[in-house]
Design a binder for this molecule. Sequence first.
Ligand SMILES: Nc1ncnc2c1ncn2[C@@H]1O[C@H](COP(=O)(O)OP(=O)(O)OP(=O)(O)O)[C@@H](O)[C@H]1O
Length: 630
Amino acid sequence: MVSIEQNDDNRVDDHVDEEIINCLDLERPKSFFLFAGAGSGKTKSLVTALNKIRENNYEQLRLKGQRVAVITYTNAACEEIGRRLDHDPLFSVSTIHSFVWELIKGFDKDIKEWLYSNLKKQITDLEEEQGKGRPTSKAYADRQKSIEVKNKRIINLENIKRFTYNPNGLNQDKESLNHSEVINIGAYFLKNKSLLQKILISKFPILLVDESQDTNKDLIDALFEVEQRNRGVFSLGLFGDTMQRIYSDGKVDLGNNLPESWKKPVKKMNHRCPPRIIKLINKIRSVVDEQEQRARTDKEEGFAHFFIFPLSADRITAEKLVTERMAEITGDQKWLDANAAYTSLTLEHHMAATRLGFSELFKPLYKTDRLRTGLLEGSLPELNFFTEIVLPIIDAIKIGDKFAIARIARKHSPLLRINRDEKEQLLQIKNAEEAINQLSLLWSENKDPLCIDVIKCVAELNLFDIPDSLYPFAYQPLMQSETVDDETSDDQDKENDVLDSWGECLKAPFSQIKAYASYINGTSKFMTHQGVKGLEFPRVMVIIDDSSAGGFLFSYEKLFGAKEKTKTDVENELAGRDSTIHRTRRLFYVTCSRATESLAIVAYSEKPEAVKKHVIEEGWFEENEVEVLL
Ligand SMILES: Nc1ncnc2c1ncn2[C@@H]1O[C@H](COP(=O)(O)OP(=O)(O)OP(=O)(O)O)[C@@H](O)[C@H]1O
């Protein structure tokens, strides 16, 4: 058992903020590396440092037209940090993709040259592979197609005057760069073009990167190079935690061999979690490095329990049982509150979709490349048609909120488009009312219409404008997917896939729209293991279910000793490379460290008893904290 040294001084790490602020002295800027465990207050230190810069250097920076750059991992994190800084324009808070694009955009000639040689290289590599491959195999045909697409793109390069990119978009135009191109171009330019380095440091004498363990390794290397060449006039500050590296393109040995001049402040406290959970995460971490955290002295002991079910268990029943057990164990009745009083973490989105009951809507769109990002971001106009127009008006009808009905209809209905004639206006209102009544009949007697019926009804009544891609479904009988003949182009294939997906999705009952909306806007209790990075919640349920997850990157069954390591795992471990178990351990660390009060792990396993034995032997849980349930 790990003994947790009680700390009688909860401010023991306060000196770290001072060390960082000293580094950010504009006369003598220094670089620093603040890597510390979960909940140690890294984000808090980042915001404190930025506020201090504003206090000390506002005028100086403003007069020189300079700003402080902060790079975070997600749009949500940008929003949160921006909010904490009152959205002050002194700070440029952005994701890595937006930041890099702002730096490289406009360098069209250089981008064109980079793309040309990059595409050429990719084609050469593919051709080499073709030389070794079997011409009858699918891989061969795929590679051939890829070569053709790349050649087409090279030819098209000549016509491009200005490249475009949207960090949150699909970037499908001919002029568009994709996400990884932007990062690779940024890294290359920063390393090789002194002009871009000059622009960077003269615009941003201070650059702070949050969650830098997951920042693309080439870009991190490029930033190190910029720092090295501009030492004394530029400050690069990296915040992060190697134990929380959960994406594959982060720099593995980040922090090793840092230059002498870099400051490396150390934090010992975990301000977020209670002692029991800190003991668990210290133990999970103990085989990776020596970092052991202390709890705040003012925290209650807290709870960490492990529940194991066989694979055959019904997920909904099992998880309900766990909430009941947690309420009994902790005495905290909020575990029984269905309204998101606890947070459930699933490994993949579709597991949340199953539990929230919107799988039929979700699955067809998720499997379609062109739709996936928009689906997860909640930015697909077709779904927003349902979530932002139809759902609110139906909800308003159900509770008799006439103002809301009128507001939505005025904003969105073509039946109420501006008309100066008073008589006409009255007629318009009457027509719109009738149409709304007609639509609401679909839900009469507690019916749950299919989305396809809703869209057809809306189209027939001309109540709202139908999004373009749903036209074929709104105005025609449901189309069968057509067989694609060999002559269709790549783009046409993709269009057909998209159309098929919408066709499938619209067969879902309308109630799934509400469940989807609650997941996307964060009001449901579900999040993913990876999406929860940086956040915290009082009660956390970590759902572990390899059998329902599609990928090969993580295996909790291996981490929990229910499955043997493969030959590759053993080879990777022997060679000091990252392995499935290492990756899974880090993800487990991230999820367990989100709870501020109580933590329930729910594992579905092929071998429940083996898992129980393992987690007790590892010292993660005491015998009385582990339950095998049926
Ligand atoms: N010095 C402090 N005193 C009191 N509370 C603190 C302090 N530092 C951080 N906290 C609180 O602890 C929690 C975790 O802080 P923060 O999110 O900054 O940690 P982090 O190191 O960025 O965490 P993670 O890497 O796990 O996402 C927050 O609720 C924060 O308000």
